[in-house]
Design a protein around this ligand. Structure first.
Ligand code: SF4
Length: 745
């Protein structure tokens, strides 16, 4: 009988008094202590009772109800969190934020708005959720049966470390041997044993420990990475692919390969185009973007009011103050972008001076903040070994300089003054159009036909007419022209911004690169009012010379097997592996591969699951999931719960493909209900963390999350709160992993 087949009152439902609907209540009859595992009885104060209450304490920390990491002001009465507000010292919540010299008691009484969004204010509900887990749980029935027993911390650590017939009481698993951490670590020899002796570049057997996380943020994710690395596994995989990886890949590959995110400098911008961005309801930091856009559009400050356009297939809240809403066909933002590029180039509405600068020194001399490779020559001869790559000095017959690094041979340009080839690093201004304005004809250098990056861009843009681009995008032709003209009418005080709506498509990374190119065309990158990188965070890993602890280093023996390839095959070119070479050497077609390889991507959950299912490039032995719920949020499992035919359900039910499945979380979720063990975790008001800001705030920001209440989880035998970090520490110490315990650094 489903919950909704029976008429029950809301009150009955909330109190769980309808026994037939609540497995927990039913189980509680057998084990009276069981409900206490999930529900902490007690009377909590309501927010309205907290103001001025005698025992009230106000503590500052950082929210984690979403990844925006806004500062919080937590009101605590008798150790109970009763209310959450914005932290007036934090720029996400207060503008301008309070001077750090302001004493705490004064800060508390400041009559200024320091906001948290509704979700942030509701954070105490996740702390005191009645389904919080306080003790380690081990399944006592088949996977997914939701039959659990509470076990001691010692039993948890002992069983997952040593393995054995861990589920011999479960029908069908009486003799199933489960390998624990020790079976992979092998007293420190595991990292020296290849997981595939024919292909040692896949890494050691310890790569069969695969960890992934959903909401671990800096401070926590660093910890999981540290454990994985100490154990000898490259598999520490964040959730980026189910979030925004195409945005990050587009940004990285358009810049220096390291920066994932830029933002408009809203305060000084005059014009912004938002491609697929839900400005008043999402993005980073969600409430801060909304507040800044609303303020700028209202004309607060010294600039003319910000005008902005929303390009979105839906009608998000952000259209409220927008100049225009361009309703694009889903997945066709790129057509608008290429149409805009075509118009901007043909009408010479780009920043010629900026784009002509081919190196950083020349940019500095010219008062520019950065430079592009728009003038660098690209080999255009299909028979040449450098076809579609930058022409090198050597190929051009030019003498190289001392500056040249083997990994980046000096590029070649056509000097705008002399019209002759020269090294990009030695020329102050180079030609965008070496064959004449708007000509895409190649120029010959040392007998090699070449074109500039800018010519290549224009050649792509003119592959379609603006009418065709408009038809593809499902909009009017004049909308593209209007966007292009408006965007190029504000000098550097304009930006083209994008997020998931525009790029969570199979063409997303390319669309994102096109949008990044719009910013390069007007030269607004990192300028006031333009598209900015923001401030650098503090060096929380202590990698600078005088830091007392370098958290990225620890004593590690030299292993004889390469670190290897991740289970998701991200960050690796298949063509560089022995799998590819061996297939070619054997005269076999190396394609298709059992699963795709993703050299430019990172944090790819879908392929973590796909790799585990296909056991490619190796089988998984221990799967560790931290605060994630892919059955609810990732394509292989979402939208169909509880359809056990979906791929992710089949994977995590499969005892051969996932022999040991450990989860650490604050609650039992759709996914963790299939775990073998659940390690109770602490929630964000109970933990530490170091949270860098986002470029939405142009200065350096580093939030420090620290406990505002005592952790609610039970204590380990050494008196520490049960949580992910202490679980990994205790497993590490049991195995004597390097980097944990004595001599950790
Ligand atoms: S936007 Fe800020 S306050 Fe709201 S949930 Fe996210 S981090 Fe918390």
């Amino acid at each position: 009988m489903s919950l909704f087949d029976k008429k029950i009152s809301r009150r009955q439902f909330i109190t769980g008094s309808v026994a037939a609907t609540s497995g927990i209540v039913a189980l509680g009859g057998s084990w009276p202590w069981l409900p206490k595992m999930f529900y902490r009885p007690g009377i909590y104060n309501y927010p309205m009772l907290s103001e001025g209450q005698a025992a009230e304490d106000v503590r500052y920390s950082v929210c984690r109800q979403c990844r925006s990491d806004c500062g919080i002001e937590a009101r605590v009465v008798n150790g109970v969190l009763v209310k959450l507000d914005g932290n007036p010292y934090h720029p996400n919540t207060t503008e301008p934020q309070l001077d750090y010299a302001t004493p705490l008691d004064k800060a508390r009484m400041m009559p200024i708005a320091h906001s948290l969004c509704a979700r942030g204010q509701a954070g105490r509900q996740s702390v005191y959720d009645r389904y919080r887990i306080y003790y380690p749980l081990k399944r006592s029935g088949p996977r997914g049966s939701n039959q659990w027993k509470a076990i001691s911390w010692e039993q948890l650590i002992g069983e997952v470390t040593n393995g054995g017939t861990l589920f011999k009481d479960v029908p069908g698993e009486e003799s199933r041997q489960v390998e624990g951490f020790r079976d992979l670590w092998k007293d420190g020899q595991g990292p020296n044993i290849p997981v595939d002796s024919q292909h040692p570049d896949m890494g050691p057997i310890t790569n069969q420990f695969v960890s992934f996380w959903g909401r671990a943020e800096p401070g926590q994710s660093d910890f999981i990475e540290r454990f994985a690395t100490a154990f000898g596994s490259v598999n520490a995989i964040p959730h980026v692919s189910i979030c925004e990886v195409s945005h990050h890949v587009a940004t990285r590959t358009s810049l220096n390969g390291k920066i994932n995110m830029m933002k408009p400098d809203f305060k000084h911008s005059e014009y912004v185009i938002f491609f697929g961005l839900n400005i008043y309801q999402a993005n980073f930091p969600m409430q801060t973007v909304g507040r800044k856009v609303a303020a700028a559009a209202s004309g607060e400050g010294s600039n003319p009011p910000l005008k902005y356009v929303v390009v979105d297939s839906r009608t998000p809240q952000g259209v409220q103050r927008a100049l225009r809403h361009v309703k694009v066909k889903p997945g066709y933002d790129g057509a608008i972008v290429m149409g805009m590029i075509r118009h901007i180039v043909e009408q010479h509405r780009y920043n010629t001076t900026y784009l002509s600068i081919p190196n950083p020194d020349a940019a500095h001399q010219a008062g520019e903040l950065n430079f592009t490779n728009a003038t660098w020559l690209v080999v255009d001869d299909p028979r040449h070994p450098l076809y579609r790559q930058f022409l090198t000095a050597e190929a051009a017959g030019l003498p190289t300089t001392k500056k040249a690094a083997p990994s980046s041979p000096p590029a070649v340009v056509i000097d705008a003054k002399t019209g002759k080839p020269g090294l990009a690093e030695q020329v102050d201004a180079a030609s965008l159009w070496p064959s004449g304005d708007l000509s895409v004809q190649p120029v010959q250098v040392n007998g090699i036909p070449c074109r500039t990056g800018f010519q290549k861009l224009y050649e792509e843009a003119r592959a379609h007419t603006i009418v065709e681009y408009a038809e593809l995008a499902g909009i009017r032709e004049d909308a593209i022209v209007t966007l292009a003209e408006e965007f190029t009418s504000h000098g550097r005080r304009a930006a083209a911004e994008f997020y998931r709506g525009a790029v969570k498509h199979t063409n997303g990374a390319y669309t994102g690169r096109g949008i990044m190119t719009l910013n390069f065309l007007i030269g607004c990158v990192d300028w006031a009012g333009g598209y900015i990188v923001g401030g650098q965070p503090a060096n929380n890993m202590g990698t600078y010379p005088s830091a007392p602890y370098n958290l990225t280093k620890w004593p590690t023996p030299k292993y004889t097997v390469p670190a290897g390839v991740t289970i998701s095959r991200e960050g690796t070119f298949y063509e560089n592996t022995s799998l590819y070479r061996d297939a070619v050497a054997a005269g076999k077609n190396p394609f298709p591969t059992p699963r795709p390889w993703l050299p430019f991507s990172f944090g790819v959950w879908q392929e973590l699951f796909g790799g585990a299912w296909n056991q490619y490039p190796y089988p998984v032995k221990i799967l560790f999931m931290h605060e994630a719920n892919p059955l609810f949020s990732a394509p292989p499992g979402m939208s169909g719960y509880p359809d056990e035919e979906l791929p992710l359900f089949r994977l995590i039910k499969d005892l051969k493909k996932v022999p040991l499945f450990i989860v650490s979380d604050i609650l039992i979720s759709e996914t963790s209900s299939y775990a073998d063990y659940i390690v109770p975790d602490t929630n964000y008001p109970e933990i530490w963390g170091t949270l860098p800001g986002f470029p939405t705030v142009p200065t350096s920001v580093m939030g420090v999350r620290h406990p505002v209440i005592e952790p609610l989880t039970a204590k380990t035998p050494r008196g520490a709160p049960m949580c992910m970090e202490n679980f990994l520490i205790d497993v590490a110490q049991k195995l004597s992993l390097p980097g944990f315990g004595k001599n950790a650094f």
